[in-house]
Design a protein around this ligand. Sequence first.
Ligand code: ADP
Ligand code: MG
Length: 407
Amino acid sequence: MQTISELGDLRGKRVLVRSDLNVPLEQDDAGGSTITDDGRIRASVPTIRALSEAGARVVVCAHLGRPKGAPEDKYSLAPVATRLGELLGQDVTFATDTVGDSAHAAVEAAQDGDVVLLENLRFNAGETAKTDEERAEFAAQLAGLADVFVSDGFGVVHRKQASVYDVARLLPSAVGGLVETEVGVLKRLTEDPERPYAVVLGGAKVSDKLGVIDNLLQTADRLLIGGGMVFTFLAAKDYEVGSSLLEADQVDQVKGYLAQAEERGVEIVLPVDIVAATAFSADADHEVVPAGAIPADGMGLDIGPESGVLFAKKLEDCRTVFWNGPMGAFEMAPYAAGTAAVAKALVEVTEKGALTVIGGGDSAAAVRQLGFEDDQFGHISTGGGASLEYLEGKQLPGLTVLDEPRA
Ligand code: ADP
Ligand code: MG
């Protein structure tokens, strides 16, 4: 995989950079929108700045949200262009289309060191098209705007999309600094991690995340399970889970994981108590119950206080910890304590020199919302899905394409 420095002298060159600028936006009444967490823009700045300082004409492309292949105002990257400019400390020219007249005009007008941001890639059906032909056609239009390509959107490297995969086959390409850093951290988790190595899993995307467990049972020493995922585990132990999040069709799979863990000597740590509420609401009645005694009409929305203590204890002596997925519905104050307990335990073990990695958009948002600073952890990843797929041992198209031999 080629790095930016191997692309040669970039002065005057048009460099297309794929960044991950997919930030959460809140629409206001006046029709505008505010960025509620600019973490991904901040993480993208160093690569963009380095290219600009090298004298390149930097053409940044990115997506926002999930528009359906056509322009939609609420998914415009315009507010992101403004914020990117503030963080870079230089003007960012915003093109109102991705590969059309506005984009071409902006790129042609760019001087050495200038930065252009193209409008949302996903306003074009070709970006995420299923057929290779459609994607390749859009990728060719993107490639027409640049001389070289830099892949720096870690949150999308697991996607076979035009701006991630296909364009890299058309231009001399290099990996950006952010992707390099992220992959470096993942390597430390997978290639001979310092032990004990614990993985904390939670969150709501249960079936998405179960797949990684197979692989983790071969690398981790301990697996701590909380969040929405835990109820499929409790159900596998034949516990009542009431109206909690449950993937009934995955229960057998989870039973298999429990047996496999036992065989391999991997410790699976489940909560001993649960905060059970009458509804998915901050105002709902809620109580702490033993994990084996969730009432039939109860909904588990956080791990309980005893579990928080237990999880902290299980993390205390670890030398490596990967955490993906909040322990509860942390957005609502009554269900945030479990996530806070794990965050605090991670901070403490980081201070003792352990490598701690947080992956997942909501997990990162949770620790920030709870008042923790990014630098209290070893690394906060910008890509939850990409991290999990890497840990699952899958090939990530956005990375493998950079290793393809080229003409
Ligand atoms: P990440 O983005 O970190 O990968 P996910 O997207 O999988 O995490 O899940 C985050 C969401 O999971 C949060 O919005 C949180 O409210 C929700 N969640 C956590 N625990 C529960 C639970 N017990 N029941 C319902 N939702 C939960
Ligand atoms: Mg999420």
